[in-house]
Structure formats: C-alpha cells, structure tokens
Design a binder for this molecule. Structure first.
Ligand code: ATP
Length: 556
C-alpha cells in the first residue's frame, strides 16, 4: 500500500525499523553513503521504504539528521523531491558510565532504481539509453530545484546537487534527495529579527547570509587551460618536488593518498594522479589544514579502499542482542555458560559470517578494480575522488545589513561545486551554486560519463576530454557540441541535445549573475523561452551547426 502522506514525518520505534530490515540483513541492503547505510524494509501502513541508519552519532551525523527533518516538511509539496516518511531517534546508554549515544535512523520513500550515478554510470540501465528518458530526468531535476528555489519561503539551497543525490523511482522518474548540506537563503531585507528565519537556521548553526553578487572570480583552474597548458601543468607538477612543499598541499596529498588505494608505479599513473591533484589544488585555494582535518574525520577511506567511517552502532547492537539471545537459549537448554567468553566467541562467529556477507560488495569492488590493472584503477579512484566531500570554512564575516556575524561554512562535492564556493572572503552562496551544479549534472547526463575522467588512451588523445566542463566549452567554441553526447544513446533528438548542452553551458558560467536561474532553465527546456547566446567563454568564431530552439514538448 502507498505510504501515508502526513504533513510531517512520523516517529518510528527503533525495534520496528530493525525488524523491517530483518535485523540489517545483507539481502535488504540498498547502499552505503558517506553518513550511513541504507536498507529496504516493509513498514506497517507504509509499505516498502528505504531505511537509513546513520553511522555517526557525532556532530556531523546529528546535523545531517536534523537538516533532513528540518527540510522534510518544507519540501513535501514537490513530486520531484524524495519524501522523508519518518525517523527514529533515541538515546542508548552505552555502558555503566552513562555515556549516551544516539541512534539516528531516517525513513524515506523507496526509490526502486537507486541513484542516477549508479544507474547511468555504473549499471548503465537500458532505460537510460533512451534520449527522451534522459531529457525527462533533466527536466525532473530542474523541477525539483525550481520548487526549492522559488516555491519555498525562504528559498532552500540544496548545496550538493550531483547524480548520486538524484534517485530514480520504479518508472525512472528522478527526485532530488539528501538535504544534509541544505540551507535556507536569508534575504538581505529580512534582517536578523525574523524569528522564523532564525529558527529555520537554528539547527544549521552557521547563519549564512547569501548574496547574489557577481564575483568575477578569477580562479585559475585547469578547466580554463588549453590542452597544451594542461601538459605544461602536468610537466611542472611531475617534475617539481615542490608541489607538495607547503602544508596545504601536503595535507591535500594525504587526503588524496587516502582515497587512492591502488596507484601503481608507472609514470603514466603518476601523470594521471598529478593531473587530478593539480585540479584539486587549483580549484580549492581556500582549503586549509583545519578543513582537511575535518574532512579526514568525516571521510576516512583507507588505502585498502574500505570505508572506515564512524562505528556502525546498529550493527554492534544487533550482534550484542544476538549474543544475549543465544546465551539465554543455551541456559534454557540447560547448557549454561560458565563464563562470558564462550558466548562472546559464539556471537563473534556469527559476526564474522555476517561481516563477510555484509562487506561482500566492498570486497568485490576492490577485487574488480585490482583485476582491471593499473589503467583500469584510475576509474575507481577518480570516481572516489569526484564523490569526495570537501569541507571549507571561512573566518567570521560581518554582514552589512545583518548584525550577527557568523562562521560560514560550505561543503559540497568536488567537480560539482560552483567556483564561488572556493573563494575566500565574503561567502557568496546562493541558489546559483545549485544552478552551476545542475549544469555539471546535465553534461554528465548527456555524456553518460563522470565530470573528471581520464581514459585508457591518456595522455595522448584524451587530455582535452578529461574535464567534462572544459571539453564542453571547447567543443562549443568549435561548433561541435554533439561530440559530447553518449554514443550509447538511442533515438537522439539532435536539436534537443544541442539545446540541453547550451543550457548546461549557460549554467556553468563563472559570472554568478549571468547564470540563468532555475526557472529560466526550466523555461528554456520546456520551450517557454529561447536560450540566449552562448556565453563568451564558449563563443565560437564559426557559426554553430544548429540553431538553439526550445524543446516544446515539456511543460513545467
Ligand atoms: N530512498 C531510497 N530508495 C532507494 N535507495 C536509496 C534511497 N536512499 C538511498 N538509497 C541507496 O543508498 C545509497 C546510499 O545513499 P545515501 O543517501 O546514504 O548516500 P549518498 O547520497 O550516496 O552519499 P552521501 O550521503 O555521502 O552524499 C544510494 O546510493 C542509493 O543506492
């Protein structure tokens, strides 16, 4: 039966959720995220749901949990946002010292086809090889964002738009998920006396004032450079041992090494690694050791590639209770246990067995990657890298019209973050950051590849293509944008594809004010307005082969 749709998420008891997942059985496991593990489970009155057991009960986990609840009610009106059905939150005394820990669980509507990242890039679902379906997904996501930016009051900035945060239902309808990094936009004229706005921000602890100011940010990133200068950068970075000389670089290198469990020794492998390394450094000028430390705490991936995030309390509890049950059972059977060690061995056996099953996917992933050899491995770590969350924190900043000062913080995902999120000084986080991320996502959707990817023919022919955004700009300047389209796509409507790529490039403009807002994006895609001229950074000296007409089929 379809889940009830109450105006607010309901509270579940922990034991109900645990039972629904058959006590965290591997068969019910849907996936692992940075902050928790998601299981499938049937709930009374709700039908099948996705149940996320947060790994961490620390500040980070608590904040993400609070954020999800906070935004759930506000986003309920949209059909393009994954619904939070309920939650469970209670404390458990860990031991006699009365040390408390929280058990945080979130319950979402089940999205049967998983994440867009997985469906498009890893599993390459047949349904997604249809051009029309890809366009529908692009429109679905834009509609979700339009709801957040224009129908919510105050507007909501998602802050982490990327394919792994877009989920697909049984009919491949796309919905936005993961509000762990979302924030509300505080309009300047609202001031700080607006109680509801302050209340809204209470849980986020960092009261950002967002502005839509053209920053004219001058980030010298690799994406702006020609292939020749890419090579120069690579040459320099490989030749120069000074690359890692300063603290910031060394710290970034550490972080980078942590996510790279298999690098190989070949010169080419090092070239590839340095390419990405350089990309990180040039795109992340504001990063500091403190931020890296914070990130290391939240994203610990060992050289063996296995996730070592916070203790999975729910798993421990499960094995604890299992052990207890067995001890009791044996006592009843008259066997009794003379000491605790036997019971402990007993549950550990079970633990090891379950663990093997539980971690099977991770191990398979690792061995797949090892089998691929040194060329293949690059895909894995680039994937891991592009999904790596970055944390950047700015010093307190006084805002002009608002009397409170605050510590600004912005996190997101490398490759999808707008350039202004890397700038130091006054933070310029606005809905346009989401628009930028949407632009990258649109290119990923059209090309069916990751935003940063070095192919097997590296470094000979593919360097220009490594960075999807710069490649798209380069193709646009040559009037050959259709080269970008995934060759596996069927029934391609070339005119629509050109329009979509143009819209993506407009979203990817460095000038914040020149980027369209998401309503304009939707209007362009749905045919309500024509797309303006291509931005100067992609201007072409030769006429483009296609005129940019709007797609009339989709209405918002
Ligand atoms: N509502 C859902 N329905 C079906 N599967 C889901 C649902 N939510 C999450 N999943 C699955 O669980 C995986 C992990 O989800 P989760 O939201 O925890 O992580 P993530 O967004 O990939 O990572 P992070 O939280 O670090 O951004 C997803 O990739 C998806 O496969």
């Amino acid at each position: 039966s379809p889940p009830p749709d109450p105006s607010r998420p309901c509270r579940f008891s922990y034991s109900v959720l645990r039972r629904a997942t058959l006590s965290f059985s591997a068969h019910t496991r849907l996936g692992q995220g940075g902050s928790g593990t998601v299981f499938r489970g049937g709930l009374p009155g709700c039908g099948d749901a996705a149940i996320k057991f947060m790994d961490s009960s620390g500040l980070q986990g608590q904040r993400e949990f609070d954020n999800e609840l906070l935004f759930a009610e506000r986003t309920r009106g949209s059909d393009n946002i994954v619904k939070l059905i309920g939650f469970s939150s209670n404390s458990k005394y860990e031991n006699k010292d009365t040390k408390e820990r929280e058990r945080l669980v979130l319950v979402y509507e089940l999205m049967r086809n998983g994440s867009l990242q997985d469906a498009l890039i890893n599993r390459k679902f047949e349904e997604l090889m249809d051009w029309e379906k890809r366009l529908e997904i692009a429109v679905d996501i834009a509609k979700g964002l339009e709801f957040l930016h224009f129908r919510c009051q105050p507007p909501i900035i998602h802050g982490d738009i990327k394919p792994s945060n877009v989920l697909l239902d049984g009919c491949f309808k796309a919905k936005i998920s993961d509000f762990g990094l979302a924030r509300v936009k505080i309009e300047k004229d609202q001031g700080n006396n607006n109680a509801s706005t302050l209340e809204t921000n209470r849980l986020t602890k960092d009261h950002e004032e967002t502005e839509s100011v053209d920053s004219n940010i001058n980030n010298s990133s690799l994406e702006e450079k020609s292939p020749e200068s890419f090579m120069k950068v690579l040459d320099r970075s490989v030749a120069s041992p000074d690359l890692l000389a300063n603290k910031k670089n060394a710290s970034t290198q550490r972080k980078f090494d942590q996510i790279t469990y298999q690098t190989g020794d070949s010169e080419t492998e090092r070239l590839k690694k340095d390419y990405v390394m350089k990309w990180v450094l040039t795109n992340n000028p504001a990063a500091t050791t403190e931020h890296d430390n914070k990130l290391n705490k939240t994203t610990k991936v060992s050289k063996s590639g296995e996730n070592q995030t916070a203790t999975k309390w729910w798993r421990e509890e499960y094995y604890e209770s299992l052990s207890m049950k067995r001890r009791n059972k044996k006592k009843k059977q008259g066997l009794g246990l003379s000491n605790g060690s036997r019971g402990s061995d007993d549950w550990r056996q079970n633990y090891d067995h379950e663990d093997t099953e539980f971690e099977q996917q991770n191990k398979m992933k690792k061995s797949r990657s090892q089998r691929r050899g040194s060329w293949g491995s690059i895909d894995w770590w680039l994937d891991g890298f592009s999904e790596l969350k970055r944390t950047t924190k700015w010093a307190s900043t006084e805002t002009t019209k608002s009397s409170f000062s605050s510590t600004h913080s912005m996190r997101g995902t490398v490759c999808y973050n707008a350039p202004e999120t890397f700038s130091s000084g006054v933070e310029q986080i606005s809905e346009k950051c989401d628009v930028y991320s949407y632009g990258v996502l649109l290119l990923v959707l059209i090309s069916g590849r990751r935003p940063l990817q070095v192919s097997a023919s590296f470094p000979d022919s593919s360097l220009e293509r490594a960075n999807l955004v710069s490649w798209a700009r380069s193709l646009a300047s040559k009037g050959r944008v259709l080269d970008l389209v995934d060759s596996n796509v069927r029934s391609l409507n070339r005119e629509q594809a050109v329009l979509c790529i143009k819209v993506a490039l407009l979203c990817l403009q460095r000038s914040i004010t020149k980027r369209p807002n998401i309503k304009e994006v939707l209007d362009m895609l749905s045919g309500k307005c024509d797309a303006p001229a291509l931005p100067s950074e992609c201007s072409t000296s030769t006429p483009v082969r296609f005129t940019f007409k709007s797609v009339t089929k989709y209405s918002s």
